[in-house]
Design a protein around this ligand. Structure first.
Ligand code: HEC
Length: 120
């Protein structure tokens, strides 16, 4: 996985699987099974919360607790691609019903950059 962060700024893939494996699998594991160790990373495979596109979209953009936010360097298409990947892969079989409009709506009004700001 990543040991730096610079590659992330330049990440241009719009392929949901590629984005997931690059950005998310370090914590959620390649097959979405999650992990418990230094932290608790919820399983994304067989996760009923993924039935709703807005749920995953919101968390990808804004982060949640120990999960970092990705909204500041992924564009709407990339966020949608990851959301659809989660809904239709990793053992999930939900409808890929997310929209670019919904992604745009999930973005915060004020730009947040949780990765460069310490909140603790
Ligand atoms: C640094 C580790 C880390 C990375 C990287 C990460 N996550 Fe998470 N993720 C977490 C943690 C920790 C939580 C639980 C947050 C909480 O306590 O509410 C979480 C929660 C989630 C949830 C909510 C699960 C639920 O049922 O509530 C989703 C969806 C999710 N992550 C998707 C992703 C996606 C997609 C990516 C890649 C773009 C990603 N995560 C990258 C650590 C990570």
């Amino acid at each position: 996985m990543s040991d730096g962060g610079e590659w992330v700024e330049e990440y241009v893939s719009e392929d949901g699987e590629e984005l997931y494996q690059s950005l998310c699998s370090g914590c959620h594991i390649a097959d979405g099974s999650g992990a418990v160790g230094a932290g608790k990373y919820p399983a994304l495979s067989g996760n009923p919360n993924l039935e709703f596109a807005d749920y995953a979209t919101y968390i990808i953009i804004n982060g949640q607790a120990a999960m970092p936010s990705f909204g500041h360097f992924l564009d709407d298409k990339q966020v949608l691609a990851i959301t659809e990947y989660l809904k239709t892969n990793l053992g999930n079989d939900y409808e890929a019903d997310g929209t670019l409009d919904a992604v745009a709506d999930a973005r915060p009004a004020e730009p947040v950059d949780q990765n460069t700001e310490e909140h603790e």
